[in-house]
Write a protein that binds this ligand. Sequence first.
Ligand code: HAM
Length: 422
Amino acid sequence: MSRAIQAVRGMNDLLPDTLALWQRVERRAGEVLQAYGYREIRLPLLEKTELYVRSIGQVTDIVEKEMYTFEDRNGESLSLRPEGTAGCVRAGIENGLLHNQIQRLWYAGPMFRHERPQRGRYRQFHQIGVEAFGMPGPELDAELILMSARLWRSLEVRDVALQLNSLGTPTCRARYRELLVGYLEEHRTVLDEDSLRRLHTNPLRVLDSKNPALQGIIERAPSLLDHLDPESAGHFARLRTLLDDAGVQYAVNPRLVRGLDYYTRTVFEWVSGALGAQATICAGGRYDGLVEQLGGRTTPAAGFALGMERLVELLAQQEPVACSGQLQIYMVLLGGPAQRHGALIAERLRDDGVSVECDAAGGSLKSQLRRADRSGAAYAVLIGDAELAAGLVSIKSLRTDEAQEQIAEGSLAQMLKRKLAC
Ligand code: HAM
């Protein structure tokens, strides 16, 4: 036997048992996004590398060291998408969706970052993202947050908390940056290697350091929130009022800076206490300069993306016996004639919208019932020689202690539909 080939590190197979939860999240997200007027857009997995350099930023971890970048056969530098916002903006400009228009868009799919794999952090991971264009006011920021909160309610997600910050405009951020660099310079001797590297390239990211030795310095650092320009401060205050009005709880976290450079003003993260180090299940914010930066006309914009792996892990923790699939009926067919006839009954049930799996491996009643149980179906329909001869079938509940019943084959569909309430 030759050596088995394994998947690329950090890139996971999503197996059928877990996918039931994934599909539930996708369904609910689809419903919630539609309720707010968002429409789906599907975007390429590969883009020109320059798109990410210009949007996410040259001196971010993602662009510096995490992208899957290669030259294609024409020598052009391409990258697997590390996130969806840049591609969505590119597509919006290229397809004329943004100029003087209001667009609410969403997308879902895999993203790729060459990070160190660990729980909740993978090299291929999946996001559901939303981007809204053409709305400058804090009402949109509030809408995005309310929409995500509605999704958590709809999925019955517990244990998530909202963190909020404002990064102001590029101008006030540049002024604050000088102040921060001055402050960090004073503490240069205690900074770690990573922070020293960032000191002059991306000093705000020093605030994001998880190094326990730096937490004291970070806590005493000047806060960007105290140095916002009046419009940004007003925007943030109004957003907070809107969230208070809607009863959404949040914590202002002045050290929330995000790992992508395109943000302006509002940034937010939904964080769970149940996920360990990779605790953010959803993150986003406003990026009013990005469309122009990528060659479009000035267009305000904001959005967020949720991480499917982390959200699904959280849901799976809450509900260890997550629904294992939508299968309704498992046909236990004892003997050749029953198998042949059972296949026809199954086809008729499927015509009536019932999902049915027929046992195809044969064997004893006991072994077929074991497979029926594992299939996740709600009921087994049993047919053996005696039933076949009498035109009867037996129905056995696989999940409750409801008594087994024998009924005429002709009443099966009606009976099952009543039992399954479909
Ligand atoms: P992000 O914070 O880089 O933002 O990613 C959003 C979410 O994707 C994270 O909160 C996390 O749940 C998930 N995620 C990120 N990296 C990984 C990973 N390596 N493994 C597993 N999950 C991961 C963005 O991507 C922005 N484009 C969000 C946005 C949209 N901002 C405005 N519009």
